[in-house]
Design a protein around this ligand. Sequence first.
Ligand SMILES: CC(=O)[C@@H](O)[C@H](O)COP(=O)(O)O
Ligand SMILES: NCC(=O)COP(=O)(O)O
Length: 262
Amino acid sequence: MVPPFRPYEARRNPLSTHANEVLLGVNIDHVATVRQARGTRYPEPIQAALVAEQAGADAITLHLREDRRHIQDRDVELLRGILQTRMNLEMAATAEMGEIAARLRPHDCCLVPERREELTTEGGLDLIANQAHLTEFCARLAEAGVRVSLFVDPEPAQLDAARAIGAPVVELHTGHYADAQTRETRAEALARIERAVEHGLSLGLQVNAGHGLDYDNVKPIAAIPGITELNIGHAIIARALFSGLDRAVRDMRAQIAVASRR
Ligand SMILES: CC(=O)[C@@H](O)[C@H](O)COP(=O)(O)O
Ligand SMILES: NCC(=O)COP(=O)(O)O
C-alpha cells in the first residue's frame, strides 16, 4: 500500500545555513551496484538513503533502469514510504516505467535516456525528436501528481522543447563538463552550462544539474546563479568507501554551500 501522496515540499535542509544554497540530491544507485555484484542483502540502499538524509541530503535520487543492473523495484517501493525528504526517481520514458511511476508517485521523476549497453548515462534526452511522446508521458505523470524533470544536454533548443512539452524542471547533463580533459574544453563546457541555465530560467523552468560531478568540479557548477539542485551519486559513494556516507554527504554539502552562497 503506497502511502497517500504528500505534495511536493520545497523542504530546506535543516543544515542549510543560507537561504539560497543549492539543494543536493544524493543518488544511491551505486550502493545497489555493490549489492548486485554478489546478489547479497547488503549494502542496503534503504539504509544509505536514510543516512544521506540525516547527513543533509535534500532529496534521494535513484535510477530504476530497464536492466535492473543496480536499483531494484523493491528499493523504490520500500523507499517511497520511508523517505523523509523527496524521492527523485530516474527512469526511461517507457510504458513499464510510466506504470511504475504512476503507481508509486514519487515526488519527482527525472526522465533519462537509456541504452542497455551503456556504462552510464551518455547524454541528455532528445526532446525535439521525441516531443509528442514525451508531452503525453509527462502529462500522465503530472496527472498523478508527480513533478517531472527532463534530463537534457545544455542546449537552448532542448530547453525550448522542454518548455513546449510542459515539464516544470530540467536537469542539465554535466557529463561533458566533468569529462573535459583540458582547461579550455572544461571552460567551454562550463560556459555552455551557464548559458543553458540562463536560458532555462528565462523560460520559467527550474534548472537542476548532474552527472559526473565530484568534490572538485562541483564548485563552478554550484556557483552558477539560478541552479536549484545538483544530483550527485558516484563521487559521494566512492568517497563513502573511505570516509563513510555521512561524512561524504556532509563534505559535498559543504562544497556546494561555500560555492553557492550568493
Ligand atoms: C542520469 C544520470 O546522469 C545518472 O543519474 C544516472 O543514474 C547514471 O546512470 P548510473 O547510475 O547507472 O551510472
Ligand atoms: N542525474 C545525475 C545523478 O543522479 C548522479 O549522477 P552521478 O553523480 O552518479 O554521475
